[in-house]
Design a protein. Structure first.
Length: 149
């Protein structure tokens, strides 16, 4: 059996297993056919990325605690931890071409930071239906790989 493509999803809400995130996750798993590796802490995410894991996409919550990896100042006290982590991941050779998607549920964070961030696609959860979320992610994967089918 061919293994399913894996997506790394880093979101501090996984600590509490919040329903809104779980419905997006279910959509990726059951409709999109992806395996999801869920990580709730930035430090753990960096550790797993340093290992020999292979991911077809990485989804990052934009606003998370910055952990030991970053300083409060560089993440604006956690308001842009996702962007800082995305830049770190993009600098890793094995993930340089892997699409990184930022996701947030906080409108003012989305509006303020998404406008300044041109390197990574950013989505506001309220603008995306959970049904079809896998298509949004698949589109980002296809855009990165050049497969527009």
């Amino acid at each position: 059996m061919t293994p399913k493509p894996k997506i790394l999803w880093v979101d501090d809400t996984f600590v509490n297993e919040l329903h809104d995130v779980m419905s997006y996750e279910d959509e990726l798993k059951y409709s999109g056919g992806f395996d999801i590796v869920k990580i709730a802490h930035v430090d753990e995410a960096v550790d797993i990325l340093d290992k020999e894991e292979t991911f077809v996409c990485i989804i990052l919550d934009m606003m998370m605690p910055y952990g030991k990896q970053f300083k409060a100042r560089e993440t604006e006290n956690g308001f842009k931890t996702g962007i800082v982590l995305a830049k770190k991941i993009q600098g890793m050779d094995k993930y340089a071409k892997v699409p990184i998607v930022l996701l947030t549920g906080v409108r003012n964070i989305y509006e303020a930071l998404a406008k300044r961030n041109n390197s990574f696609p950013c989505y506001f959860k309220a603008n995306i239906s959970t049904v079809g979320f896998w298509k949004v992610i698949q589109k980002e994967i296809n855009n990165q790989t050049g497969d527009n089918s």
